[in-house]
Design a protein around this ligand. Sequence first.
Ligand code: AHR
Length: 959
Amino acid sequence: MKKRCKIYILLITVFIIGSIIGIKKINKVDLNKNLLLYYNFDDLKESSIIDKSGNEKNGTKVGTAAIDSLGKIKESLLLDGEGSVKLPDNILNGVNEVTISAWVQFNVSNGSDWQRIYDFGNDIDNNLFLSKNRTSTFNSNKNVEGTVGSSLYTDDKWYFVTTTITKDTMIYYENGIEINRKEHLKNKIGNLTKSLENYIGKSKYGTDPNMNGYVDEFRVYNKALTLKEINQLMCYNISDKEIVSIASDEIGLEEKEELSDNISLPTELAGNVKVTWSSSNKEIITSKGKVTQPSGKDDVDITLTAKIEKGKANMVKKVLVSVIPKDAVNCSIKINTSKPKFDISPNLYGLFFEDINYSADGGLYSELVQNDSFEYDDKLENWTLLKRGNGTEADIEVINDQPLNDKNTNYVRLNVSNPEQGAGIINSGYKGISVNKNAKYDFSFWERNSKSQKVNFIIQIESADGKIISDIKNIECVNDKWTNYETELVANSDDKDARLVIYTKELGSVDMDMVSLFPQDTWKGVKHGLRKDLVQMLYDMKPKFLRFPGGCIVQGRDKEDMYQWKDTIGKIEDRKTNKNFWGYYQSYGLGFYEYFKLCEDIGAEPIPVINAGMSWQNAGGDGISSYIAEPGEELNKYIQDALDLIEYANGTVTSTWGKKRAESGHPESFDLKYLAVGNEQWGDEYFERFEEFEKAINKKYPNIKLIVNSGTAPTGKVFDDAWNWSKTKEFKGIVEEHYYMPSDWFLQNTDRYDNYDRNGSEVFVGEYAAQSDNKKSNMETAIAEAAYMTGLERNSDIVKMASYAPLFGKENNSQWTPDMIWFNENEVYGTTSYYVQKLFATNTGNKLLDSIIKLRSNKSSGLFTVSSFDEATGQVIIKVVNATNSTKKVNFDLIGVDKNKLDGTEIKLSTSNIKNENSFINKQKVAPVTKKINGLESKFNYSFDRQSLTIIRLEIVNK
Ligand code: AHR
């Protein structure tokens, strides 16, 4: 005992000396050194914001920005969502490194993730910002880099936020802890030298709201501070008591955790805070977190006590955890492999594609020119006039006299009165045209030369600063009638921000329309086809169906913008541009023919959605559509559209609509089996109309299965009305349900379909997604969806189909989040939800197996499972979702398996932090990992990581 005591004293002495040496080693940063600007906002009486750095860079209050006495340190800046502070220009001039730090607190959420804390730089393509979703983005010449946050700051809580940028690394810190970093930066902070629009509380993106909250101690340094320096800065003028309280949030243990593995007990927290741990039972958990499982039968409950201290300030935090016995498992799962329960729906997992978030034009449809037919409200949007040479005189106008056809009435006229080195038009695509070195592009346009004389056009791709980056093609046009011309261009360098240039050196007026540029490298090499990388993501999921084209887009806000499938087929120049429900334009280059073809290519059943003769019911929040077709002639037109669609998909080549399909290149039927009438409609008016559709379609096409809506939510009157209707009418079709709910809802409702009436209508979960605070897909939402999907599969005798929504989100162009797949002009990544969907869709057998889960105690709840047998491979497929915070051990018993040794694979989706998500910067931060499994017996134990989805495939029948 005495010896031990001596050792302790020795250790403590070494620790104290070590600490003293350590403390001496910390170079205390001179808080004024390298400071470019410092606002402490302690200026209640001043009209401007006074710079305390000595550099006289005072700020200007804009709008309602005010100084408030409730600060983190004395007074602070109060922003109410309307005001901001404008900083002086050129703050970052000549700077090679930077640190921006501040205390921030948000007020009651105003619903936007993108509220800006600060935004520095010239414009949206050259700036550095931090927003409420903890995203610190660094843009330079449209090269977007940065650290992406995964959740919102909690309201009414102060945070110390710091972003540093060196030559090649950007780091985001919170409360003195590094949260994430981006290395190998391509952008340089020196590129923001102009920094003419620098704000606290205001974004450069017009659509983002101003900040609603407080800012204090705002500092900008021309140096990247180190972690120790940042910690010192955070502690500046803050009492040790407060530092201890901030640090105590970072301990990271949950009450009642059921432990079997060692745990990490931090001894040092940000702000030089020390933590000393003690355990109520050192035999089982030491103060260093070493866990020795007890040998008895029962769990052992242990209190872990953390003494958190800095200087004289300290606080104590206690956490109650339990450790399970050595040989114990958290639960047992018995799977009966000899008697499958039922055939799993062959179409269970599929896709819902809506033209939202620029998923079609600017997305899947690979046309690179935006506003190719000059039909936008702002007719020259994305077009500029090119005048080469000082004396060039030319103008452009959009007119509609003698247009290409009556669907496409606008075109551009270029009038050149002095051509010098040439005049023409430039299209900048969707925020820049992305081209790849050596890739080939198809250029085409319609031209009419009013004088009927020879006009030579020069066609090329240029970088944003006017450098030619493709070969140069000449097209000679001699025609006084609209004529289509084509040529091929080859890019000679990579450029994400290129533009298409068409010009002439000749005098006179020329008319142009349908100006187009497509990559040749499309999905399956189809001319003017779909974006290869995006379709590949879908193909890889092996989806069983594709619901299209929406969503609200089908309903329209009014009659004018409803989706009319007949406008979307035939020659591209005959398809009428539509301004859609989501506020942007559809060329319909991705039309119904292309949708059917896409379904065929990816092996999915087509499920078109057609308008039920009613526009969107949510406009006034009262359920009343602004347009509703009267029964009779008006409604019959919509019903006829539905009948014609079926004929278009399935009719013979001699039928009116089947002939049109054949003319587009598909004489064979598309074998349409399902049709959804309406999206998210409800109420008597809807059901009356639906019944009219039903009568006509059943009469002519009795084999088409109809899908009826049940509104927008998983419960409530509208929802119940739909199911009551289906019951009363003994509806033989499918009821479609939609729900976007928080993760907890999904975890709590995995048994939703267990008690659905087996004699009632079948179910199609047409749209669903778990939503996090910041409306992003992260591991937390993905795990909730995975848990829920075990319930869908377990009930797939009645839940016939299910699809996550929305499918695609386009960077900086989205109207709805979360989305399953994100893309920009040249990149794509799958979110955590994508991987969950893909893993379920590609790992489901055809027979459902009964699996009985028995938990050791309710501390183990949070485990979800479903099993199936796949006759094609002879494999049992076990899915386990561990939605808890600790590893879970499970004992499996595969009843009815004769084989002695079972081999197979494990596919696991797991990550260290539940808030982790994928991003353009780190596309596979969370991605599945596969490993081989060998030699299991029919009874075996298996461990499942905290917050993970694991799929075990074992061959139980030789194949
Ligand atoms: O998926 C996004 C939208 O959500 C769909 O357009 C609509 O059906 C639902 O309200």
